[in-house]
Design a protein around this ligand. Structure first.
Ligand code: TGC
Ligand code: FAD
Length: 392
């Protein structure tokens, strides 16, 4: 892969809306991605392997629990800093951002919000430092968009719970030490359980042959009469709203992350369009190529404004789930379209691993599917504006 020459587009001077702390956090993440991720990521994607050597660096830039209080090892940052870290990491690769999203919003968040003090003290500092990596088990083979139908269940055996079932498409599963697993009790109520690697009957086979998110490890979680200690139940929230609350936090991070992927594709295509000569001119001088680039920067700028505003609402605890859903859907769709157009600007070179665009393009096929598909997010907005529920 070529040297990383990334320069971030900021067409509407949005830096003026950021505090010094935001810029410091973002610039540190940007430098780290240039130094540690860009030089190796294409290789790892080609090998379909997660680069575990970057885990310490992710912890150091605050990517594990950016908004978790410092008393639990988190970085104690606000929601805009959290978003900017996700943007920079996904500028490098969506799979690396996935690992950070899962760790922060799907593992640390539920332990922080729904766990008791002993659970927070036991797990959060180790997750923040990257000593432990976590995963989040909601999706099942027969229940993806409709997690309320899940069949994974546990029974109260007096001194422990007995967990049975299976989860599918789980990011980080093959190497995670800790899994936050959503399962039904005997009354059919959904609860979160912390399952640890090494518990008898718990296995995590890896999912192979992915064409997307190749630098992220995906797997199954299989529970065959797993004895889970009673103290591993998350006591402070139950029902589908508990896992969906975690998704709000993760979807918000993805909205920022998708901007990073789009910025990288745009920046690469812009630079290439000024260097590549055809018919005696740089291709950037042709009107058709300028139209593509002009539309890209317009869409990126709109997404930046939408997402910054969402960050302000989240800092004030005012963002609704439907607002978060809209930003996730819009920004991922924006990024996938930009990746496709940017790839065309590079002609044949666009399909090679010399440039990041094809990898972003393939990654975004997962990003537009996980954390709620594009269709599901359209229906969430539809329900919010009409009051009519298409899911029931
Ligand atoms: P519904 O009846 O609407 O809601 C059930 C309860 O949940 C509450 N609720 C929420 N709470 C917090 N945040 C949200 N976003 C919420 N949305 C709903 C709701 O108020 C209700 O509470 P209560 O107290 O009345 O019981 O549920 P439904 O069964 O009709 O489903 C709605 C639907 C389809 C929108 C939901 O199921 C959904 O979002 N489906 C998509 C599934 C999904 O996103 N799965 C993601 C799996 S994790 C993942 O993909 C990780 S990728 C990892 C990576 O980044 O690498
Ligand atoms: P389905 O729900 O079967 O949907 C198939 C199609 O039907 C989609 O186009 C969908 O939009 C459409 N559809 C479904 N219902 C409706 C409806 N009511 N109206 C209109 N259209 C509808 N899950 C986790 O729990 N943890 C993870 O860490 C995780 N990581 C993932 C990593 C990767 C790489 C991938 C690909 C997925 C991951 N997921 C994870 C799972 C992800 O959340 C699901 O794939 C997603 O929610 C969609 O579920 P599904 O694949 O079963 O598709």
């Amino acid at each position: 892969m070529r040297p990383d020459l990334f320069e971030a587009p900021d067409y509407y001077n949005l830096d003026e809306l950021l505090t010094d702390e935001h810029k410091l956090v973002r610039d540190a993440a940007r430098e780290w991605v240039k130094r540690e991720v860009s030089p190796i990521i294409e290789d790892y994607a080609q090998k379909a392997e997660f680069p575990t050597q970057i885990i310490n660096g992710l912890a150091e830039i605050g990517a594990f629990g950016p908004y978790i209080p410092m008393e639990y090892g988190g970085a104690g940052l606000d929601q805009i800093s959290y978003g900017l870290i996700m943007q920079e990491i996904e500028r490098g690769d969506s799979g690396v951002r996935s690992t950070a999203s899962v760790q922060s919003s799907l593992v640390m968040y539920p332990i922080w919000k729904y766990g008791n003090e002993e659970q927070r003290q036991k797990y959060l500092p180790k997750l923040a430092s990257g000593e432990w990596i976590g995963c989040f088990g909601l999706t099942e083979p027969d229940h993806g968009s409709n997690p309320s139908g899940m069949v994974t269940n546990y029974k109260d055996m007096g001194d422990h719970y007995l967990l049975n079932g299976a989860k599918m498409w789980i990011s980080n599963a093959p190497f995670a030490q800790v899994a936050v697993v959503w399962a039904k009790n005997e009354e059919g109520r959904i609860h979160g359980l912390i399952v640890e690697r090494g518990m008898e009957g718990f296995t995590t086979p890896e999912t192979h042959n992915k064409w997307s998110l190749r630098a992220s490890a995906t797997g199954e979680l299989i529970f065959d009469n797993v004895k889970v200690p009673k103290e591993n139940l998350l006591p402070n929230k139950s029902g589908l709203g508990a896992p969906l609350g975690c998704l709000d936090s993760a979807r918000y991070g993805i909205a920022w992350g998708a901007i990073g992927a789009a910025m990288d594709c745009y920046d690469t295509a812009l630079r290439y369009s000024k260097e590549r000569m055809q018919f005696g001119k740089p291709i950037g001088q042709f009107q058709l190529q300028q139209k593509k680039l002009a539309e890209m920067i317009t869409e990126i700028t709109k997404a930046q404004l939408l997402t910054w505003r969402l960050g302000v609402l989240r800092n004030d605890n005012k963002a609704t789930s439907a607002q978060i859903s809209m930003a996730k859907r819009n920004n991922v769709d924006m990024a996938i379209n930009i990746a496709r157009e940017a790839r065309q600007i590079l002609g044949g070179m666009g399909i090679t691993g010399e440039y990041s665009i094809m990898r972003h393009s393939m990654n975004l096929e997962s990003v537009i599917t996980y954390e709620g598909t594009h269709d599901i997010h359209l229906l969430i907005t539809g329900l919010d504006i009409t009051g009519l529920n298409a899911f029931k």
